[in-house]
Design a protein around this ligand. Sequence first.
Ligand SMILES: Cc1cc2nc3c(=O)[nH]c(=O)nc-3n(C[C@H](O)[C@H](O)[C@H](O)COP(=O)(O)OP(=O)(O)OC[C@H]3O[C@@H](n4cnc5c(N)ncnc54)[C@H](O)[C@@H]3O)c2cc1C
Length: 405
Amino acid sequence: MYNASHDAKPSQNMSAIDPAYSAELKQIKLIVERELMPLEPLLLTQQWEALNHALADARKKVKHHNWWSTHYPTAMESYSMYLTALLAEVIGQSPLGHYVFGWQAPDIGNIELLHDHASDPIKTQWLNPLKQGDIRSCFAMTEPDNAGSNPTLLSTTAVSDGDDWLINGHKWFTTSADGAAFTIVMAVTHPEADKHQRASMILVPMDNPGLKFKRNIAVMGHQGKGYFSHAELSFENCRVPKSNTIGQAGHGFKLAQQRLGPGRIHHCMRWIGIAQRCFDIMCRHVKNRAVTPTQTLADQALIQSKVADCFAAIKAARTLVLNTAQTVDKAGFDAARFEISMIKFHTAQMLQKVMDTTLQCLGALGMTDDSIVAYFYREERAARIYDGPDEVHMLSLGKQILKTY
Ligand SMILES: Cc1cc2nc3c(=O)[nH]c(=O)nc-3n(C[C@H](O)[C@H](O)[C@H](O)COP(=O)(O)OP(=O)(O)OC[C@H]3O[C@@H](n4cnc5c(N)ncnc54)[C@H](O)[C@@H]3O)c2cc1C
């Protein structure tokens, strides 16, 4: 069985020698290594319910230390993207970290969205318990029948009916819908308007009778449950008051762009945390795996070059992401738009390479759930697809670069 202790020793990785780390981040890293990594075998071998209790206890401890997302001094009000990026990296080393520290997608994106654009009654009813982690939420934009890479192709509609919207449509890959209290759905409210002003974001409680939960979709053979799941939903004459509109009707795309900006930096730094975790596992494994009576894998030049290659790839991606976070802090998200596109595909590709190299170096062990690597490999391949596939970000950056020639 998977034994977390083999990769939960104090880390010798790059983050541990980075002087930018504060004492607080080091303490947080210890909590991740000593308290969350030992829970991972439950995640790998059982369902969400088996973890519920332990995760609730871990959340209590995080809140007690004032490390819960919305208590964290840099969060929300005095937002430093650089510091939250460093935090996202540390807690991202375990698949449980973001959830336990209150930084989990899609809730954190919804918190930011509701914080900036929701009415006071919505803030009281939905945002406050979401910020405390008392409820969960999800975000329903992608549709099976339309290319998600071009979100202006949405078919879901919300038709005006007095003071209500009547929503009809079919969504999928609504992450964490299973057990969520509400979703924010993207629906076309102004079909006649310019393509970027057609859609609105509307909050729909999950227990609305017009919202049908179809299934949790099996992803790479794993159906998932609760927070760790992706659902298919259908809206069938789903009636909600127009006061559930987030921000102005017709401004859905604008809000979606705003919602994705910080999310992409959080994701990138979480991926760097995962890449570093894999890198540590790889280095420890090759140092111990004897391939002759006198030599280990680490003595082989081919392995040494893989280690060097991954080290440089992680370091380069990390530098790019932290530079982007600094641009955001100095000049805002608009100024960092193309940098964010660059780090989104670059970091996701780096992650895939490091995960794959680690799996290869572990041999058959890498294919099993006796190590966390296979879990990362199957769950995080999607990094190159969600929040804009690689190609979409490359197109946008490539066009911008060519304009300067
Ligand atoms: C694990 C996971 C979680 C997700 N969570 C959510 C969620 O919570 N809420 C939500 O609304 N959605 C979610 N999504 C959906 C995700 O945002 C979409 O999958 C993504 O936007 C791509 O859309 P698509 O799958 O329809 O691919 P398509 O748009 O059909 O594209 C297919 C592929 O074509 C390529 N491609 C696309 N455009 C171009 C182009 N112009 N030129 C060249 N190649 C191109 C890309 O490689 C792309 O992967 C999730 C997806 C995954 C896998």
